[in-house]
Design a binder for this molecule. Structure first.
Ligand code: SAH
Length: 235
């Protein structure tokens, strides 16, 4: 039986999903409220991880170990990096890297963690079928004027609101969007042999005043990401 583990970092990313669930069975473990139940006809466990890579990794591993999820979906917001992106657009990850993982002192490329080729960052590859479903769902749900693109998500434990850091992440990782959890969920998924998808609505452009943009769009973007997640589960 397929069970989807759905992770958002913040209430604005999960509450709209939990509100639409049926047969809910909430369980609290390690300070996290895991809501098991049904959503769009699928068995799901929805949980708020908290912000950042460690919080996300702890949560993802618990979904696998304690709740037996067979796939992980990360829904939420991100700062746009790709020049094609505007706020309210969507990025579906083809893969995820950790932009603040740095073993460059040993001659490895920024973001390189393990593997044969240390001249490139370590990219955790998203599941192609789930990526496809997310794009198809986006086509149905995105309002006129918003678009969906695919690309690399670069995660790190920093809210990027600075043009220099933004330029660095684009240059080093060729990333489409930046956020703070996706690559940790991706790493956990890969370690456990579980497929994953990351879908992120653009809340800001990861530069000056990104925080203002984020605050303005948080409710809208969290809801839109939730709507796309639900359409994806339906499909
Ligand atoms: N408002 C919160 C902080 C939000 S941090 C507070 O006051 O505590 C931003 C969240 O959205 C993170 O979970 C991250 O994954 C995502 N995000 C959106 N835009 C981002 C950006 N420009 N840089 C990094 N993360 C971003």
């Amino acid at each position: 039986m397929a069970i989807y583990g759905i992770i958002g970092a913040m209430d604005s990313e999960v509450q709209n999903l939990i509100a639409r669930m049926t047969d809910t069975r909430p369980v609290e473990v390690a300070g996290r409220l895991f809501t098991q139940g049904k959503l769009a006809g699928q068995h799901v466990v929805v949980v708020k991880s908290g912000i950042g890579k460690v919080a996300a990794a702890i949560t993802a591993q618990m979904l696998v170990d304690r709740f037996g999820v067979t796939a992980l979906i990360n829904t939420g917001m991100a700062g746009g990096l790709d020049t094609r992106l505007a706020v309210k657009d969507l990025v579906v990850a083809t893969g995820a890297v950790q932009h603040d993982f740095d073993l460059t002192a040993f001659g490895h490329a920024p973001g390189y963690m393990h593997g044969e080729d240390d001249s490139r960052p370590t990219v955790f590859e998203a599941d192609k079928a789930l990526c496809h479903l997310a794009l198809a769902a986006a086509e149905q749900v995105l309002p006129a004027g918003s678009k969906a693109i695919t690309g690399t998500i670069a995660s790190g434990d920093i809210f990027v609101d600075d043009s220099d850091l933004k330029a660095h992440i684009i240059r080093q990782f060729d990333a489409a969007a930046t956020e703070m959890e996706g690559a940790a969920i991706a790493q956990t998924a890969c370690a456990n042999g579980v497929p994953f998808a990351i879908l992120r609505v653009i809340s800001d452009l990861a530069e000056h005043q990104a925080n203002v943009s984020f605050d303005e769009l948080e409710v809208y973007a969290g809801q839109l990401a939730g709507d796309i997640t639900v359409a994806m589960l339906k499909a």
